[in-house]
Design a protein around this ligand. Sequence first.
Ligand code: AMP
Length: 276
Amino acid sequence: MQIVTASGSLRECIRAWRRRGETIGFVPTMGFLHEGHTSLMDLARPRCDHLVVSIFVNPLQFGPSEDLDRYPRDPEGDERKCREAGVELLFVPDAFYPEDFSTTVSVSGVTEGLCGDRRPGHFEGVTTVVARLFGMVQPQIAVFGEKDYQQLQVIRRMVRDLAMDIDVVGGPLVRDTDGLALSSRNAYLSAEQRRRGLSLSRSLLAMRAAVADGTRDVETLLVRGRQVLDADQVDYLAVVDAEDLTPLEVVDRPARALGAAFFGSTRLIDNLSLEL
Ligand code: AMP
């Protein structure tokens, strides 16, 4: 596995591969890798000739009071996990944005509501960094996790609207054995917060069970979900159209339940499909 820090060296590799007509698969991450991340690499590997992973904690997608400065890091562990996952090139940029960087990529519609409302500027930061990474890596396929369900829909929309010739693949959300969605941010949780953090996935499961029992009214589902959720602060609990993320009043089409809540100062997100 090559570890590349300079964008010039990355460009040389990418050019050589493309010149030979070989395909590139890409998994962008912010590091502190876990099985959620490596599951995306496992999805990408058989679909390309060269698997590229990036690790970059992107300041543009963090709000002023968020955890940019304390975001967990584990360069050696990340390197080992990438090697084991068959990554060919690990891109860990030393300098990412040019000093006079002046472009923003902004998607409307699917960025509204949910995390878009609670984290102003977040999705612009995401689409801007991903667009620049796509320009550098020039992948034919890119894999993103359903863990960040709204982000996945936003990236799909950007790729479609800007006619980027990239196949965006969504990878299923990977959970710990007890049901907690794997997240780099789980490292912040105390034992007590982690125990209560489980109530987020349980509240979504309770909503799914209510749908299976015949409940279709979303307000009733949300009351059920809130009864189970034991958070210090709930950012949102919502049931939306699975594709365009518009809020539903009745579950009468493919739908997704999503939640975001604080346990102590740690914000966790989770989501689950609601099957009819
Ligand atoms: P991050 O490092 O948090 O920016 O995540 C990088 C990629 O990994 C994103 O596409 C995430 O959606 C994905 N990811 C993070 N956690 C999980 C998980 N538990 N299951 C599946 N994908 C995940």
